[in-house]
Design a protein. Structure first.
Length: 319
């Protein structure tokens, strides 16, 4: 006959089972997840974006130097993925924000020029000097915006050329703003790839920041992968390719007999008919220079009725 267990008997059975268990297993570690955070872009793709904008930094430095007739230095500071809200919180207020269309893809990017960079550029374009002056704490005027358009066009042209290796994008200006909250087309929690560059102009320096929607970068994932794969060609194949390209290059070779030294006063006293004795022993090794750099030691020889040099020891760089 079946007997129904009481609650006390049931509790007693469970207590005995607990006592027979082995060592307690470690509890699972629970990690909080914020569904608003951006999906991560692979590291190899970020490296490709970093290399792409290093090319952009070099080209825009050269273009701005020629346009402004001043020495401009650019330095790529960081390439990272974050939300547009985090990107906008790192910007000064007010600043110069330029909304960009990314045709033919759907998406909108943002180019930001710090006031610490904009006002020195405007000062230089209007004929001002290179002496540092206090930066005005205000928004740029409509006239200043029109003057700045030439610089923006140069920056976007170099940016377009740098991205052409991946995709033919046209960075078209939609409008100017001074506050990130006034921009349309990018939500606060939308993921962006933020590119930060330091631009030095004389004694002034400021930041140039670019935010590109992560969804646009993901659309081009395959093209980035192809470009990065090309960059990872085997070292031997790459060396052979470079060697073939360099075989046709011309190199200037000089052999120098370095003898005594003359002071500037002695050179000024020279007159036609004076004889200068070099006093260079024939058996002493001569220096063989390639493109102005000492690379070999050699010895003077003759081939028929002509003088020649026999290459000797290879001189290591810095020796």
């Amino acid at each position: 006959m079946d007997r129904v267990l009481t609650q006390q008997e049931i509790d007693s059975v469970f207590q005995k089972l607990r006592g027979k268990r082995g060592p307690r297993q470690a509890a699972y570690v629970v990690t909080p997840y914020d569904f608003r955070r951006p999906d991560r872009i692979p590291k190899d793709q970020l490296r490709a974006i970093h290399a792409l904008h290093e090319t952009f930094a070099r080209s825009v430095a050269s273009s701005l130097s020629a346009y402004l007739r001043a020495y401009v230095i650019t330095n790529l500071v960081a390439v990272e993925q974050l939300s547009f809200q985090e990107f906008s919180q790192s910007l000064p207020s007010p600043t110069v924000l330029i909304a960009l269309n990314l045709q033919p893809l759907e998406g909108r990017a943002v180019l930001e020029l710090n006031p610490a960079l904009v006002f020195p550029i405007l000062e230089m374009m209007l004929g001002g000097g290179a002496v540092p002056a206090p930066l005005p704490e205000r928004e740029i005027t409509e006239i200043e915006k029109n003057i700045l358009d030439g610089v923006v066009r140069i920056i976007l042209q170099d940016l377009r050329e740098a991205w052409r290796t991946v995709a033919d994008l046209s960075f078209d200006v939609v409008g100017y703003e001074t506050e990130p909250q006034l921009l349309q087309g990018l939500g606060p929690h939308e993921a962006v790839v933020a590119v930060s560059m330091e631009v030095r102009l004389g004694d002034h320096s400021g930041m140039l920041n670019l935010a590109i929607p992560s969804v646009v970068v993901k659309m081009l994932r395959q093209r980035f992968s192809q470009k990065w794969a090309v960059r990872r060609v085997g070292k031997e194949d790459e060396r052979e390719r470079l060697f073939k390209l360099l075989q046709r290059a011309e190199v200037q070779l000089d052999v120098r007999l370095e003898g005594g030294r003359l002071s500037l006063a002695g050179i000024l006293q020279l007159a036609p008919g004076d004889i200068i004795v070099f006093d260079y022993p024939v058996e002493k090794p001569v220096g063989v220079f390639l493109n102005g750099r000492l690379r070999y030691e050699g010895s003077l020889v003759s081939t028929g009725r002509k003088l020649a040099v026999r290459l000797g020891r290879l001189i290591a760089p810095g020796e």
